[in-house]
Design a protein. Sequence first.
Length: 252
Amino acid sequence: MSGYWFRFRDHIALTAGLVAPFLVALVLAPFRADLSSTNAALVLVVAVVAVAALGTRAAGALAALSAAAWFDFFLTEPYQRFAITDRADVETAVLLLAVGLIVSQLAVRARRLQAVVVTDTAHLSSLQGTVRLAEDGGSPEDVVEYVRRELVGLLGLRSCRFEYGALMGNLPRLEHGGGLWARRGTRITQYADWPEGETELRAVGGGHYYGRFLLEPHPGRPLPTEEARLVAVALAAQAGAALDSAGLSHQG
């Protein structure tokens, strides 16, 4: 569902990149006699930034091109023609295109940096919550349950359960480095997306194996970012440490 939403949002952003500058220029057209070319270009830059802030680099670039074209068509003489006779207007149109492209890229980068900050804060909160629970005297089972719930949200899972004791079966495994591997005899397979069925994430503490989280993703959901996978491994390690500190029986 999230993949569909992102694709839908990108299509909307591209459409806005084409249409928004046209509508802004159309609104400004009745006032072009009293509005300087520079001021009109600045208004169009605002439209470009708005599109870029909500969409992708492609949408921002398209908005910049659209803004320059409609600036020429509606706001410079001869009107309603893609031609500019005044040199100053030519320079303004070129600057509008250049500034629009640069500002749109900066807006997209700023939005992505903001998303990274929000994501990093959420990841740190998950790790801190596990540590606080252990420090406050929470039982190992409480820590395991907390980690299980965090993994569902962190990795976008359909479900997650913890299995104590010996290993059963030969499932794909989320490894310490964040990679997803399956080892069957001498054959080793690396996955770029979630494999079918469950994936294991082992809980190890003090060099001992205590159990594993069994991760079940939504069908068709892409593999989470490497950063999210590394946080998941760290959470599982904290669960293993909590089980080890309680002196529970282990496997190997």
